[in-house]
Design a protein around this ligand. Structure first.
Ligand code: PMP
Length: 370
């Protein structure tokens, strides 16, 4: 007997999510915050964190519902009292819980393309029909196409990352509002994924304070881009009626005890983390200006902690981006080659904003003659 005799064919056809080996590289491929946590904190705070972690009893299961951590998240992120919070092992897990919950036979998950690849992958994992609606060439939402696809396909759930990955832009609120109201009429839930929210220039545009205006909206955030990717902690915020259903699918103790303790501590430093995000935002502007001055590179506007660039040349083939990617690699700089992932991304690379020194090294390599 072979595994493929019993494995679902659509799983057999998948490739695993590929993570590039990064040892010895300047790592600008995964939208991490470049400032080490907790090492970049003052020594006193580092000592306090270690003290806090030393009180965790690793022989015990963690708090199943993580009430203390949720309370600190609610306070730090100013989550309205009328909304519930559910925690996931990264927001990846939350996407999966939502997808599992709605996966009736024939149900569909809709997102834009290009978007975060896990929306499509998780749809496949959970046996959902996946519908990808292409963005316009400038990466804005094609509201007409979205409204038509929602009315036609009646997706159970729609994922919209705002800012979007890998394009980096925010979508216009009117188009999002149209999508929400069309989904409401057609019985679909809209998940707004605000993973990159700390880097936006219009923080007031978060959907956090609009969730209660709709029956069919929930919101995801994560601490990963805030500087805590190693903790694996994402959160879903929404009406209790939705979250109590998703919570039934959450495996017991999904947030481990060390993560709970470290994240509760980190929430007390939330202001410091946001300051660091501001530093990254400033560095993004400097990087974008430097990139704009390099001939042969087109830079797309970004409200996230990464910048998408197109290495100009023949966009029907991706050799220019491949060459640039290889050159950066040879300079020990790792970025993401997005050029094969969607036709709109031909010849593109996604560059995470690093420290000023890391960015300077990347700019220097990009400036070198071929
Ligand atoms: N949403 C988006 C748009 C992302 O880009 C990512 C990670 N790259 C995630 C969610 C997943 O984040 P987490 O680390 O919380 O699983």
């Amino acid at each position: 007997m072979k595994p493929t005799d019993i494995i679902r064919p659509e799983i057999g056809a998948l490739s695993s999510y590929h993570v590039q080996p990064a040892a010895g590289f300047i790592k600008l491929d995964a939208m991490e915050n470049p400032y080490a946590f907790p090492q970049s904190l003052p020594e006193l705070l580092q000592a306090r964190l270690l003290e806090r972690l030393s009180t965790v009893s690793l022989n015990r299961y963690p708090a199943a519902d993580a009430p203390e951590l949720k309370a600190s998240i609610r306070y730090a992120m100013q989550i309205p009292a009328e909304l519930d919070i559910m925690l996931g092992n990264g927001s990846d897990e939350i996407i999966q819980l939502i997808a599992m919950a709605v996966a009736k036979p024939g149900a569909a998950l809709l997102s834009v393309e290009p978007a975060f690849v896990m929306f499509k992958m998780i749809a496949t994992f959970c046996g959902l029909h996946y519908i990808g609606v292409s963005l316009k060439a400038d990466f804005s939402l094609d509201a007409e196409a979205m409204v038509a696809a929602i009315a036609r396909e009646q997706p159970a759930v729609i994922f919209i990352a705002n800012p979007n990955n890998p394009t980096g832009n925010c979508f216009d609120r009117k188009s999002i509002a149209r999508i929400i109201s069309t989904a409401e009429k057609n019985g679909g839930l809209v998940v707004i994924d605000e993973a990159y929210f700390p880097f936006t220039t219009h923080a007031h545009e978060s959907y956090l304070h609009n969730i209660t205006e709709h029956e069919n909206v929930v919101l995801m955030r994560t601490v990963s881009k805030l500087g805590l990717a190693g903790l694996r902690l994402g959160m879903l915020v929404g009406r209790q009626a939705w979250l109590q259903e998703f919570d039934k699918l959450r495996l017991p103790y999904n947030i481990n005890a060390l993560t709970q303790a470290a994240a509760a501590f980190a929430m007390e430093q939330y202001g410091e983390l946001l300051k660091q995000c501001d530093v990254i935002k400033h560095e993004r502007i400097r990087l974008a200006i430097a990139l704009a001055n390099i001939s042969g590179i087109e830079t797309f506007p970004s409200e996230a902690n990464f910048i998408l660039i197109r290495v100009t040349g023949d966009t029907s083939v991706n050799t220019e981006a491949d060459k640039m990617f290889a050159k950066l690699r040879s300079r020990k700089i790792l970025v993401k080659n997005t050029s094969q992932s969607h036709p709109l991304l031909a010849n593109t690379l996604r560059l995470t904003v690093g420290t000023p020194t890391e960015n300077d090294a990347m700019i220097a390599a990009l400036n070198e003659n071929p």
